[in-house]
Design a protein around this ligand. Structure first.
Ligand code: URP
Ligand code: ZN
Ligand code: ZN
Length: 461
């Protein structure tokens, strides 16, 4: 049996057109004007609705052991939140347990991800680069895990040095993988954290004061030079500052292979939130931190002009009660991260398209198509085309709403975006041809998510 979506406006990264769409099983079978209803066809009326490709969030941390606790959303709650918010595929970071083989981490992630209700892949997170780890990289890539993150920050925990970075980039490149980096100078941060702690400075605002934009700017500059040295592309995750962005622009203008991702928080929220009384500022402790308000429009500008290619979330949720509170005695112990996998698509629509900062096609590109292309999932994901997976968002541009912990699907007791108004919401969401959200209600099947063995990453450049 096939299903016909009639009367909607199909929006892709390249086009906007009024057309009908037929799905057959899990795939898009036909797109065209006034498609006839066949015997047994189910029909979805989509007049006045946009049909978007399902969103692709390439940066999540579900059930991640981190900073002495475990992130609050697991693959079930995280992927339900994602799909209710228009995101049908995500890539989670599969972190190597230091000193252990990469393969062990992959096994652990396959176990955790059985609960997923949206499709998913993994990036490999390398925390300890040794000859044994290097030897495992080709086999990881063969399993469809074609991107690898490492850290220039979190000194003493995750940070690796330039020599190790060079080694990793060379081996990843040799086998067709893409290197991804958390670009902050961990030594600058460590110096400031130790200084503030020694001075008895405890409150949350010292988190952002110990992570200056200069630390990002320096690391972005350095990683670009290391990418030139190794002749490899580099994907910079969660770019947060106008200073870092300037370095990316400069490099792009010289033709260097740098790809930048940002997140809704670095477009919409600012560092004054750290000064909320009663330890509330802890809710926004993340790395990199929020920046002063004058960075935000510059980040939007970089996104609309194509210097920033993707918007992911870096979803890493921690409850305020019992988790963020671990840092009441010291800002340095507040688990880093916020929940937002369910908010990204809608925030980008309201504050990007709705405010005239992004065209409709650019919106689709940054939330779905570019991430799918960069990470080897296109055109199966991130597109509306015959033969692609029927992952679709039927979107009502007139629907109004508000972000709130009272209504969100995140397993988190607060929302970093509490009270922000939304205009435009998913009405229905389909995953491989099946309703996961119907008329605003989650109707998905338990464990419906499927692992995506991805093709080569970094091929869009
Ligand atoms: O604060 C953050 N970003 N937490 C998750 C870990 C990371 O650096 O991506
Ligand atoms: Zn990071
Ligand atoms: Zn992250």
């Amino acid at each position: 049996m096939s299903t016909l979506i009639k009367g909607g406006t199909i929006v892709t990264a390249g086009d906007i057109c009024a057309a009908d769409l037929r799905m057959d099983g899990e795939k898009i079978a036909e797109i065209g004007k006034d498609l006839p209803q066949k015997d047994g066809d189910a029909v979805i009326q989509a007049k006045g609705r946009y049909i978007f490709p399902g969103g692709v969030d390439v940066h999540t941390h579900f059930e991640l052991p981190f900073m002495g606790t475990i992130s609050a959303d697991d693959f079930k709650t995280g992927s339900i939140a994602a799909i209710c918010g228009g995101t049908t595929s995500f890539i989670d970071f599969c972190f190597q347990d230091k000193t252990k083989p990469l393969a062990e981490a992959v096994k652990a992630w396959h176990e955790k991800s059985k609960k997923a209700v949206a499709d998913f892949g993994y990036h490999m997170g390398i925390t300890d680069y040794t000859p044994a780890v290097a030897a495992e990289i080709p086999s990881i890539i063969k399993q469809g895990i074609t991107s690898f993150k490492f850290f220039m920050a979190y000194k003493g925990v995750l940070q690796i040095d330039d020599g190790q970075i060079i080694g990793i980039m060379e081996i990843i490149g040799k086998h067709g993988g893409l290197a991804m980096v958390h670009a902050e100078n961990g030594d600058m941060i460590d110096t400031l954290v130790k200084r503030f702690v020694a001075e008895g400075k405890q409150p949350p605002e010292y988190h952002w004061l110990s992570h200056p934009a200069l630390a990002e700017e320096e690391a972005v500059h350095r990683i670009i030079e290391l990418a030139r040295f190794t002749d490899q592309p580099i994907y910079i995750v969660h770019l947060s500052s106008a200073d870092g962005l300037e370095k990316v622009k400069e490099a792009m203008s010289r033709g260097y292979k740098v790809i930048a991702e940002t997140c809704p928080q670095y477009l919409l929220l600012s560092s004054d939130l750290y000064y909320k009384p009663n330890f509330e500022g802890a809710k926004w402790v993340m790395s990199p931190p929020l920046r002063p308000a004058d960075h935000l429009e510059k980040m939007w500008d970089g996104l609309s002009k194509g210097f920033i290619k993707t918007v992911a979330t870096d979803h890493c949720s921690f409850n305020f009660k019992g988790q963020k509170e671990m840092g009441r005695e010291s800002f340095a112990k507040i688990p880093n991260g916020i929940a937002s996998v369910g908010d990204r698509f809608n925030l980008l629509y309201t504050y990007g398209v709705g405010k005239g900062r992004l065209s409709l096609t650019r919106f689709v590109d940054v939330v779905a198509t570019a991430p799918a292309k960069l990470f080897g999932m296109y055109p199966q994901k991130g597109s509306i085309a015959v033969g692609a997976d029927a992952d679709l968002v039927i979107f009502d541009p007139e629907a109004g709403g508000e972000v709130s912990a009272k209504t969100h699907h995140h397993n988190c007791d607060y929302s970093a975006y509490e009270g922000m108004k939304l205009k435009g919401l998913p009405e229905s969401v389909l995953l491989r041809g099946k309703f996961a959200v119907r008329d605003g209600k989650y109707v998905g099947e338990q464990g419906a998510g499927r692992f995506i063995a991805r093709g080569p990453s970094g091929k869009m450049m």
